[in-house]
Write a new protein. Sequence first.
Length: 354
Amino acid sequence: HSVESGFFQWSAPSNIALVKYWGKKDNQIPANPSVSFTLNNCKTITKLAFAKKNISTALNVTANNFSFDLLFEGQPKEDFKPKIQKFLERIEIYLPFLKDYHFTIDTENTFPHSSGIASSASGMAALAMNLMSLEKALNPEMTEDYFYQKASLLARLGSGSACRSVKGQVVVWGNHANISESSDLFGVEFPRAIHANFTNFQDTILLVDKGEKQVSSTLGHDLMHNHPFAERRFAQAHENLNQLIAIFESGNLDEFIKIVESEALTLHAMMMTSMPYFILMKPNTLEIINAIWKFRNETKIPVCFTLDAGANVHVLYPENVSEKVLQFIQNELVGYCQNGQYICDKIGNGAVLI
Ligand code: PMV
């Protein structure tokens, strides 16, 4: 097959982990399984234009390299290029046609730039989907399952958590005894029915600190090597995922809250107890956590928080309490956000071909 030129366009969402991925082995193999909600509104939209190089270019050894231009919101973006170059090097073994084409990668996010929301998961997933569309054009016989699994595998090689952004609504990544479909190589849709309590589950992201990440996730994962609590933590992730499997079936929100908040604090505890050590929460992160606990105690409304490797707070709650929780957020939490900024999101379905 020969596919000369054209373009694809995919959107891929961000995701928020409930059981956290923190620590990895070579080749982006996770040290423990994780599970996440795929988000709906926080997305990257990427257009991939491709044009086959002419034979003399393709055969010219010095020119025989990856060839791509990168546009972010329509403008050339040189500082993202090394990350993409590294990604292409890692995935070339899976996509041997990459050096036959010149690519133009044109990408934008639906969430504000440098909002402190990591775009690596949505960005790498969107690019991986586009590259798989080209592979499918070259090999039209591939199955849908193969397409999505390989897309997730490629996304994983860009950024580990990106492999959970290909599908929705609840995605598991990493071998786990109780989910036979699970894999260290790619994310899979949670394979059992999920209780209606989690339908349209809401995630309001409070932007506490929009500054550059203090600790890159690459360094963070590395800190789990030789970490005094690593082995116990990896075992705990298995236990917590096992409990969540039962909770997704029962719909028990009190139990859900315990696991999810404990996972968030454990992630931060790992960073506080590594060498070197980091505190990634800000004073307002703690103000928000305490306000959520007080509100939950007083109202019995099942709202909880989770955190990424940063100061922002994800507020999670079922749809049927949205009105009360949003009122609480507006009255009591917005004051702790940088410039009063927050983003309303909810559980979503994964990547979409546009
Ligand atoms: O995908 P990475 O390498 O940026 O790691 C992300 C790790 C956390 O966001 C902190 C946890 C997770 O499981 O998403």
